[in-house]
Design a protein around this ligand. Structure first.
Ligand code: ZN
Ligand code: ZN
Length: 167
């Protein structure tokens, strides 16, 4: 998304409302299968020497459930806030220098999305996941495997008990 800096400087404030494709988010994040076009609404404000971009970013994310690997969709809404300066003296890590007449804020929008993503997406809070033995999706079917988690400290005891039982 390109902002015309000259126009923002001239009028002091310019509103934007755009829908853009940002496919990198789905490419770079393993838990994301797809991302809808991203809707960005906000305002670019210039108060010398600072140019501030503020807005709301919305998209629909197709996540891959971290437990059962099923795809599911979820709305994402996050805040976009980034400042730039025209004064080279003021530049720091948070506030880059504004040098061009046009500013591409796509990367800022992508970063806002990256920060808002669910790090451990779950198709539902009580997702039962996949059976570690046979791979069955336990939300859909039950399998015959004994999938009760075994505390390794108790596993030795369990072996002992079962060998006693079989004697
Ligand atoms: Zn799941
Ligand atoms: Zn199983």
């Amino acid at each position: 998304m390109l902002l015309n800096i000259k126009a923002v400087k001239r009028s002091g404030q310019i509103a934007f409302d755009q829908t853009l494709d940002l496919p990198r988010v789905a490419r770079d994040v393993i838990d994301i299968a797809a991302i809808s076009p991203v809707h960005v609404v906000g305002m670019a404000t210039y108060t010398s020497p600072l140019l501030t971009i503020e807005g709301v970013v919305e998209a629909r994310i197709t996540y891959v459930c971290s437990r059962c690997l099923t795809n599911f969709e979820q709305d994402l809404s996050t805040h976009l806030l980034q400042s730039y300066t025209t004064d080279p003296q003021q530049v720091d890590e948070e506030i880059p220098c504004l040098t061009e007449d046009e500013l591409d804020v796509s990367e800022n929008i992508e970063e806002a999305i990256f920060l808002a993503l669910d790090e451990r997406p779950l198709c539902r809070t009580d997702c039962k996941g996949l059976c570690a033995d046979c791979g069955t999706n336990l939300n859909e079917h039950t399998c015959g495997c004994d999938t009760r988690p075994i505390d390794p400290r108790l596993a030795a005891l369990k072996d002992l008990l079962s060998s006693e039982q079989s004697e």
